[in-house]
Design a binder for this molecule. Structure first.
Ligand SMILES: Cc1cc2nc3c(=O)[nH]c(=O)nc-3n(C[C@H](O)[C@H](O)[C@H](O)COP(=O)(O)OP(=O)(O)OC[C@H]3O[C@@H](n4cnc5c(N)ncnc54)[C@H](O)[C@@H]3O)c2cc1C
Length: 481
């Protein structure tokens, strides 16, 4: 047994990534999660009728290298299926697809399917091509974007209305869970650089073929293999700091736990409530947490009595609904829960609406009616199908809002208390609020803990290597400074 121990508070992806990395490095880890299940916001649970639903559909991209590494460590990599072809549909029900060509080098690898993309006019495509080239030519970092919104940058780049609404908005609102006018241009531009321009495989869409909760069993085993428990329904009420160092934690049941170091991996809104009150005061390292705003996501789960959709997923243009996932098909491919539904002839769809500010005040029935009207446009089979059951899950504080300048409020892992480190998608990882950002923060916190023990280790994975002209242009840019 190792002589060093770490307490991890929070069993979301940040806490799990930290815990697994530290356990693999030989540290005794104890993980405390206040809810009855692991996974935090990226989890699933069982409804009273026995159906297991994801809190909301979660997807990853080829450029999320740390999340891929985490799934590997957790033994869940085989449960994520990657799709090379992305499916789109417009109001008239016309389908278009986007995929990489195997022969054109980045950043031009998407050009053939972009040119064939039926939902955009020539003027829109021309404008988009100019803006994408400007991003690639600048190695992903066009000038003067730090304090402006994505919409400001698109106007600066003279984008057409069609290009903004049917291309930039379509991709970015669901990727960053925010409207273009509230989204920092550097975040929006980075999505295109990492996913669509820098390398051939960055855009590939990874979708779990099992409910999210089934991805984390390996984490529990990794932690247990080093002797540490994973304790569910076990919240931490207070973190003690004494003489500038971590001095233990108090559980909700008033018992106390201690360890050589601690990783706090709870949402940003919960951190200050755990720490002594001076950490939230003006001028303190965590003062900025109060300035971080959040944005909502609404997930709608619909069970039909027949097959209404044949694609695995669709991204919707010109609708409130942004994505529809064919859960029956996605699960059936793994031979799991979906296979049963497939045999019964029914179909389970999950719809996602990011930055769903306008739905927050709407009733469950109003949201279902809206979604059914939109599905009638794109999946005519739903008009006659019987809807057996529907569930609406509104996550009001789904993710932090990536406003221009948000990074000044995001603390790093080390905030000045010895042996106490922060993890969470909201910490300063350079990534937006995503599973990849959460895992990165967990690895960084684990690296900080190992360095504190005098046993430095590297857990953070490199980005996908840049390819083709994108690599040349980025290198030239870096050399030129
Ligand atoms: C609806 C929705 C859809 C999303 N879709 C995507 C997507 O498609 N792709 C993507 O990459 N990302 C997506 N995200 C974002 C992603 O879920 C998050 O970025 C990521 O899961 C955050 O992980 P985390 O560990 O930082 O935080 P959390 O998941 O919030 O984990 C924090 C954990 O701490 C626990 N906790 C809190 N207080 C205490 C306490 N006092 N003691 C013990 N435990 C405590 C909580 O219960 C929770 O389990 C989505 C998020 C939502 C809400």
């Amino acid at each position: 047994m190792s002589s060093q121990s770490v307490l991890v508070i929070g069993g979301g992806l940040a806490g799990l990534a930290s815990a697994v990395a530290l356990a693999e490095a030989g540290i005794e880890v104890r993980l405390f999660e206040k809810r009855p299940h692991l996974g935090g916001r990226a989890t699933s649970y069982t409804l009273p009728d026995g159906n297991e639903v994801d809190n909301c559909q979660h997807v990853t991209l080829g450029c999320c290298t740390n999340l891929a590494d985490f799934y590997q460590r957790a033994g869940a990599a085989g449960k994520i299926r990657f799709y090379d072809r992305l499916y789109f549909v417009d109001r008239q029900g016309r389908r278009s697809t986007i995929e990489a060509s195997s022969w054109l080098p980045p950043p031009f690898h998407m050009t053939p399917s972009f040119l064939a993309f039926g939902a955009l006019g020539l003027a829109d495509k021309n404008a988009i091509a100019r803006a994408l080239l400007a991003i690639a030519w600048a190695g992903g970092k066009p000038p003067n974007i730090e304090s402006i919104s994505m919409r400001d940058w698109l106007i600066r780049m003279k984008q057409t209305k069609g290009a903004i609404e049917r291309f930039w908005r379509l991709v970015l609102v669901s990727a960053l869970d925010e409207e273009l006018e509230r989204m920092g241009a550097c975040y929006g531009i980075d999505v295109f650089w990492k996913a669509f321009l820098g390398s051939r495989g960055g855009y590939r869409l990874g979708i779990p073929s099992v409910p999210l909760g089934e991805l984390y069993e390996g984490c529990r085993k990794a932690v247990a293999s080093r002797g540490g428990p994973v304790r569910l329904r076990c919240g931490i009420r207070e973190i003690r700091v004494s003489d500038g160092r971590f001095a233990g934690a108090v559980l909700d049941d008033d018992s106390e736990v201690s360890a050589d170091a601690c990783v706090v991996a709870v949402p940003h809104s919960a951190v200050l409530g755990l720490l002594p009150k001076e950490f939230g005061e003006q001028g303190s390292a965590l003062e900025g947490l109060r300035h971080i705003k959040t944005s909502p996501i609404t997930g709608v789960h619909l069970w039909f009595d027949r097959t209404v959709m044949k694609e695995p997923f669709l991204a919707l243009l010109d609708h409130t609904t942004q994505w529809v996932f064919n859960k029956t098909l996605l699960y059936a491919q793994a031979g799991g829960a979906g296979a049963k539904e497939m045999r019964s002839g029914g179909q389970y769809l999950q719809l996602v609406i990011s930055a769903s500010y306008e739905l927050v005040q709407r009733s469950r029935q109003e949201i279902i009616d809206l979604c059914l009207r939109e599905l009638a446009d794109i999946l005519p089979g739903t008009r006659d199908a019987h809807l057996g059951k529907a569930t609406v899950i509104k996550e009001i504080n789904a993710t932090f809002s990536p406003e221009p300048g948000i990074d000044r409020w995001r603390p790093g892992q080390d905030f000045g208390v010895k042996n106490l480190f922060l993890a969470g998608d909201w910490t300063r990882t350079g990534w937006p609020a995503t599973m990849e950002g959460a895992v990165r923060s967990g690895y960084l916190a684990a690296e900080a803990a190992m360095a504190g023990f005098g046993r430095p280790r590297k857990f953070l994975q490199p980005d996908l290597p840049l390819e083709g002209l994108s690599r040349l242009w980025a290198t030239r840019k870096n050399v030129a400074g």
